[in-house]
Ligand binder design. Structure first.
Ligand code: PGA
Length: 252
């Protein structure tokens, strides 16, 4: 099955509401392109309630970068999946390596967040990826499959279908380093095969596999059109129109 490519911006803890408006204003001229490539903006949570109005005239969606695993209650400072739905989010990133590394999110916890997102009808973008040390020890596939399995073992084929997995080697994030095209294909093909084995081919084909880590305008066409790569998760280059638009333009 051929998917429409998906390009997701991960703004991380950057930008202002004015910066979002500037980007969206510039993206207006790309509306024809945005009907061919799906683009979603995962902005800081405080800006999400502006997105419905801000994106009103653009064929794009928006999402969050994190979600709590509980439904509601006394969890000061946290945001539930239902709240993200309330402000119109389509996606939520779960298990980004920065959350795993700096906020102690381990795979079982990430899996609970994934479940909470799915239960609220959000589409989780599950991030998996190995550290440089793990790659050098030849553990890449074992690491990413363990991160994926933590979710697979608590869900069903029906619920996993149509979700998104982002392969982001930790050493490629924000560094300007990228894996070779062969390395990307080998991980993405292994992820697809793993889903076929776990569920079936039809289910596996509904899952979009994104690559993330130092994607820029000049490497997007090469990295994001590889076999089993259905789009990209973009950090630094997603903050400005000048660096973001060449990435989704490269995919039409
Ligand atoms: P980068 O970040 O594009 O700045 O490398 C990607 C990510 O962390 O999702």
């Amino acid at each position: 099955m051929m998917h429409q490519k998906l390009v997701v911006a991960n703004w991380k803890m950057n930008g202002t509401s004015a910066d979002i408006d500037v980007l969206l204003m510039a993206m207006q001229k790309d509306s024809a392109i945005l009907n061919q490539v799906e683009v979603s903006l995962c902005v800081p949570a405080v800006f999400l309630s502006n997105m419905r109005a801000a994106c009103a005239h653009l064929p794009i969606s928006w999402g969050a970068q994190n979600v709590n695993d509980k439904v509601a209650g006394a969890f000061t400072g946290e945001i539930s999946a239902q709240m993200l739905c309330d402000v119109g989010c389509r996606y939520v990133i779960v298990g980004h390596s920065e959350r795993r590394l700096y906020y102690g999110e381990d795979s079982p916890w990430v899996a609970q967040k994934w479940l909470a997102a799915r239960a609220a009808a959000l589409t989780p973008i599950l991030c998996v990826g190995e550290s440089l040390e793990e790659r050098e020890k030849g553990q890449t596939l074992a690491v990413v499959m363990a991160q994926l399995d933590a979710v697979l073992k608590i869900t069903t084929a029906k619920d996993f279908a149509h979700t998104v997995v982002a392969y982001e080697p930790v050493w490629a994030i924000g560094t300007g380093l990228t894996p070779t095209t062969g390395e990307v294909v080998s991980v993405h093909t292994a992820l697809r095969d793993h889903l076929v084995k776990q569920y079936d081919s039809a289910t596996s084909q509904t899952v979009r596999l994104l690559y993330g880590g130092s994607v820029k305008g000049d490497n997007a066409a090469q990295l994001l059109t590889l076999a089993n790569v259905d789009g990209g998760l973009i950090g630094g280059a997603s903050l400005k129109y000048e660096t973001f638009s060449p990435i989704y333009r490269a995919l039409i």
